[in-house]
Design a protein around this ligand. Structure first.
Ligand SMILES: [Zn+2]
Length: 454
């Protein structure tokens, strides 16, 4: 029954044209000449057929003259979900791709991340990474920051101010023998994580949340992992980390945690695998470990650009999906050199084809399947699929308005193409020039929100 104190929200805007999205059953659903209305709360109020315009305008109380008509080469798709990105590594994105993981961390990553105690430097880098990812269509990002609490809080504020949906983690690490000034002791890590969570939650951001973030098992003592598992449980928070990225790292974990049966077992033992956990990579997980992911509801973030750049490995996504483990895509900046999720889509296709080259029996992923992983799959991996990921009535409107024939853009359309081909061309050839508008929770965030003049 309707609550008289809280009338259902009015319609803020309506789009008419082609919509593409994924559902649990269908990797790609195309809705041609559709109508989609967004209410003043930013939620999808209705989806209907163009011919129902008069009827819908009466039911939902909007004027038919206010409907925005998409052009022939335009479509609206769900926003891209980056399930794994290191905001503080953005400063050296596109460089330093010549070493394997453990040496790469010691040589490039830790020295750069240690600079984020400088809040002015943090502000510059974090503003740029949030803007860059937003213009490239990332409506939801799951960020690693650095070990510095105040800079990590700043990242949350910047994402909130620019209107991006974000999970933000202050990194925890009490083991680092190579760059000794870039680590915490266990007490600091615990205290600062609690302060980070408390101060973050006190801000009451509508779309940004803190994430418990042990860097990865080799950087954390068992005692710290145990405490972080407890903190996540007590506050019902998301958890993110890395797992089984390269062989040397898997071997190191075996040596550091000899009592554990597997890498997965290390996290599982410390209650770090929950249905709100996302683990990056997982290239070398056994089927038995994947079964633990499925049982716990933990998900994987597939970061193929990084896996290729650092010569880490090639995740068999098909096998992960067959094990019914939730999976999204990640850029993993700066192991991955591009902050654009379109690059993650393309590298996911490449990685899948590499497996088919190695074994012709392997069934490569289709572009429709990869599209789903980059949108709905990502929202499922982050346990945000009740709010975002596709166009269902009641979900937040997180969306991209794409013009495949944008003037000055990277795509030449020779023939008149159907919506499925337009999407395929955009995924393979498009860039931010094709992304005309970006919406998060019904609010237009690209072009950027200009600060209001006082
Ligand atoms: Zn990473």
């Amino acid at each position: 029954m309707a609550n008289p104190d809280k009338p259902s929200s009015a319609i803020a805007f309506v789009y008419r044209g082609t919509f593409v999205h994924s559902t649990q059953q269908t990797a790609l659903q195309v809705l041609e000449d559709a109508l989609l209305g967004v209410d003043t709360e930013g939620k999808i109020a209705f989806i209907g057929e163009g011919k129902q315009l008069e009827k819908l305008s009466k039911i939902f109380g909007f004027s038919t003259s206010e409907v925005t008509q998409l052009t022939e080469h335009e479509f609206v798709m769900p926003g891209l979900v980056d399930t794994h990105i290191h905001a503080c590594q953005y400063s050296y994105a596109g460089t330093a791709l010549d070493l394997p993981l453990l040496q790469w961390l010691n040589t490039y990553t830790f020295p750069v991340e240690s600079r984020f105690k400088d809040l002015e430097f943090a502000r510059q880098v974090y503003t740029r990474v949030v803007k860059r990812t937003l213009t490239n269509g990332t409506t939801t990002a799951c960020y690693f920051a650095s070990i510095h609490t105040d800079a990590s809080l700043l990242l949350g504020q910047i994402a909130n101010d620019l209107g991006q949906r974000a999970l933000v983690g202050k990194v925890c690490m009490d083991r680092n023998d190579f760059v000794k000034h870039y680590r915490e002791n266990i007490q600091e890590s615990q205290d600062e994580t609690c302060r980070f969570i408390e101060e973050f939650l006190n801000k009451k951001y509508p779309l940004a949340k803190p994430v418990v973030t042990p860097r990865f098992a080799p950087s954390c003592s068992g005692e710290l992992l145990e405490q972080l598992g407890e903190i996540a449980k007590n506050n019902n928070l998301h958890i993110q980390s890395h797992i089984s990225e390269n062989k040397e790292e898997v071997q190191l974990v075996k040596e550091l945690f000899p009592e554990s049966e597997s890498y997965t077992d290390v996290y599982h033992k410390y209650n770090l695998l929950t249905d709100k956990t996302v683990m990056a990579h997982g290239c070398y997980l056994s089927d038995k470990e994947l079964a633990v992911f499925r049982e716990t509801g933990a998900s994987l973030s597939h970061c193929p650009s990084s896996n290729f750049s650092l010569c880490s490995g090639v995740l068999n996504v098909r096998n992960v999906l067959q094990h019914k483990v939730k999976l999204g895509l990640g850029t993993d900046v700066a192991g991955g050199y591009s902050a654009s999720m379109l690059d993650a889509v393309r590298r996911t296709m490449d990685a899948s084809k590499v497996l088919t080259i190695q074994d012709p029996e392997h069934k490569a992923l289709t572009f429709e399947e990869v599209f789903r992983l980059a949108t709905l799959g990502g929202s499922q991996a982050l346990s945000l699929d009740d709010q975002t990921g596709n166009f269902e009535v009641g979900k937040d409107f997180d969306a991209l308005r794409v013009n495949v024939a944008a003037p000055g853009g990277p795509i030449d359309l020779i023939h008149s193409e159907g919506p499925k081909t337009l999407l395929e061309k955009f995924l393979n050839l498009g860039d931010d020039r094709n992304i005309v508008e970006v919406f998060v929770a019904g609010r237009r965030v690209v072009p950027f929100i200009e600060p209001t003049a006082e």
